[in-house]
Design a protein around this ligand. Structure first.
Ligand code: IMP
Ligand code: MG
Length: 182
């Protein structure tokens, strides 16, 4: 569809605010258990989409051993994967730590795969991945995801930090997007 004559509209609500909170609380328990015997965990939060998720997730966890760092990784232009990853931000020295990469959604897999490749070069003690949403879709890059809050069907979704061209990020729930003609 021609983007000049279409606009995105919020469609069906897939996860309510309370459903998301319950999933995140359960994820926080899994993460605490997984890192129970760890000394230092560097959490790489992929902006902007995972910011709200990470805020709520790490609001449920004692931060003594967790250090949050923020990176910007982008693989999308609107709802279209442009096939390229841009990563900005300082990962820093991770060689004495375990690393947990936190993203908003595992879709085609390019973003997490790209970030993983770079993080591996820093030789951390371990690398795990955590996403708010796993989309039921075909992957371009298969990535092993260690922690997932919830599954969503193969459609473009917005809300709870996820946007469509900068729109709908602030919605407190997750909804599908309908592209309508105008
Ligand atoms: P992947 O590289 O295809 O796995 O896409 C992951 C990135 O694309 C995520 O970090 C999101 O920023 C963005 N993305 C993928 N699917 C969606 C979606 O349905 N809504 C909003 N952003 C998405
Ligand atoms: Mg992203």
């Amino acid at each position: 569809m021609d983007r000049e004559t279409t606009k995105p509209k919020v469609g069906q609500i897939l996860l309510t605010e309370s459903a998301i909170s319950a999933c995140i609380a359960s994820l926080a328990e899994q993460i605490k258990a997984a890192y129970d015997s760890s000394d230092k965990v560097i959490v790489l939060v992929l902006l902007d989409g995972a910011k709200r998720f990470a805020d709520e997730l790490f609001g449920c966890i004692d931060l003594a051993k967790f250090e949050l760092r923020y990176l910007r990784a982008k693989s999308y232009n609107g709802a279209e994967s442009c096939g390229q990853i841009e990563i900005n931000g300082r990962i820093g020295d991770v060689s004495d730590a375990e690393v947990l990469i936190v993203d908003d959604i595992y879709d085609r897999g390019r973003t997490l795969s790209g970030v993983l490749q770079i993080v591996k070069q820093g030789h951390p003690q371990s690398i795990r991945t955590c996403v708010l949403l796993e989309k039921q879709t075909t992957r371009t890059e298969l990535v092993s995801i260690d922690f997932v809050a919830a599954q969503v069907p193969d459609c473009f979704v917005v809300g709870y930090g996820l946007d469509y061209d900068g729109q709908y990020r602030e919605l407190p729930f997750i909804a599908s997007v309908d592209i309508v003609s105008v």
